[in-house]
Design a protein around this ligand. Structure first.
Ligand SMILES: CC(C)(COP(=O)(O)OP(=O)(O)OC[C@H]1O[C@@H](n2cnc3c(N)ncnc32)[C@H](O[C@H]2O[C@H](COP(=O)(O)OP(=O)(O)OP(=O)(O)O)[C@@H](O)[C@H]2O)[C@@H]1O)[C@@H](O)C(=O)NCCC(=O)NCCS
Ligand SMILES: Nc1ncnc2[nH]cnc12
Length: 323
């Protein structure tokens, strides 16, 4: 029975002429590329701005994405081949990830562009591989629950006040109790379930153009995320200021209204003035695109320039939204 089921799954994968892990990894690579190219994004690097950064540009992210791309494929394949408890998959995936974190830093000359994405998308790629092998539908909830199962106990193991912190994230845990990307993953991506995916659904419902939809998702993430990159650079006051500003933009309709978009441009300028850059929220935008691509089962929904973001809408975007 098991052999017949696995053959059926592998036959289906073969019919799609791609090993499942290629499709899984590509979903998150697309997320990384679409994220960095989207403009405007408050304080962040885009295709037209370096945001609040002197050490990063679009090209920095393009080469770091190229450097980490194989990681997602390898993590997905590790998940596909994993047998046993999901927690036993995490050490395998982290070993892969650490190699690619070094590759990322070599590619960027030491600039930390996407460590958070490497961690979160690597784990989700492995979770997707594991679920695909078991012929389980790739829903957002299934992916998030599997990622949480893989990382159970991670924060208790790695974030402690009993030893000298080694990284920014560990320092911020000691100082403020912030759990950063580790907390987001171990809790099963609550910020995506609560904010990002509903914002994407809202944009799809009005057939918003892709770039507007991605900006709208990012603002919704900034309003919710305990972003340790903002905490690191500006402390709790900066994080609370930014989240309040993002909520005000959403009250004006977010990226789905002209007033909201004007407010986003103003917030971008204010973040640049203050040296604030919500890199963790940007990572979660990339992860949201990857997850939605796996749920849709196709890259098309995000790849047709100018069209609406929905995978299902065939008509031209009749895009109007009153605040
Ligand atoms: C597990 C680690 C990745 C944890 O690293 P660390 O101990 O540093 O913990 P955090 O700070 O909590 O997280 C690291 C990065 O995660 C992003 N992030 C932060 N908060 C959140 C959040 N709430 N939700 C999601 N993601 C979050 C963030 O990454 C982005 O920002 C970085 C750019 O920031 P920036 O300030 O511009 O640049 P810096 O150089 O950092 O500061 P400046 O000097 O310029 O001021 C960039 O990384 C974005 O990705 C956090 O930085 C790690 O320890 C680890 O184990 N890595 C190994 C790889 C691995 O395990 N992979 C497994 C799967 S492959
Ligand atoms: N577009 C971006 N700009 C700055 N930091 C980031 N971290 C992830 N994406 C980023």
């Amino acid at each position: 029975m098991e052999f017949a089921r696995r053959t059926r799954v592998q036959k289906r994968a073969a019919e799609q002429s791609l090993e499942p892990w290629w499709r899984i990894g590509s979903a998150f690579v697309a997320g990384a590329l679409l994220e960095v190219s989207t403009h405007p994004k408050p304080g962040l690097v885009t295709a037209r701005s370096n945001g609040a950064h002197r050490d990063m540009s679009l090209r920095t992210f393009l080469v770091s994405t190229a450097a980490i791309t194989p990681c997602f494929y390898q993590c997905a394949e590790a998940g596909w081949n994993h047998v046993g408890d999901p927690t036993a998959l995490l050490p395998l995936v982290r070993e892969i990830g650490r190699d690619y974190e070094a590759a990322l830093l070599r590619a960027t000359g030491g600039v930390n562009t996407q460590r958070g994405l490497l961690f979160s998308a690597g784990i989700l790629s492995a979770a997707a591989g594991l679920l695909s092998r078991r012929n389980t539908d790739l829903t957002a909830d299934a992916l998030f629950q599997k990622a949480a199962a893989m990382t159970r106990g991670l924060c208790d193991r790695e974030l402690s006040r009993d030893r000298a912190p080694a990284t920014a994230g560990e320092r911020l845990f000691v100082r403020y109790g912030a759990r950063g990307i580790r907390g987001e993953v171990e809790d099963g991506f609550p910020t995506l379930s609560r904010a990002a995916l509903p914002a994407l659904a809202e944009a799809r419902a009005v057939n918003a153009p892709i770039e507007r939809a991605l900006i709208h998702v990012l603002i919704s993430l900034i309003a919710e995320t305990e972003d340790t990159t903002v905490l690191w650079r500006g402390g709790p006051r900066a994080l609370e200021w930014l989240r309040a500003e993002a909520r005000a933009v959403l009250d004006a309709g977010g990226a789905l209204t002209s007033q909201g978009l004007e407010a986003i441009h103003r917030l971008d300028a204010a973040c640049i003035d203050r040296g604030i850059s919500p890199g963790g929220s940007a990572d979660l935008l990339a992860v949201t695109v990857g997850v939605q691509t796996l749920v849709d089962g196709a890259l098309t929904a995000f790849g047709v320039a100018g069209s609406a973001v929905s995978a299902r809408s065939s008509r031209a975007p009749s895009y109007t939204r009153t605040p």
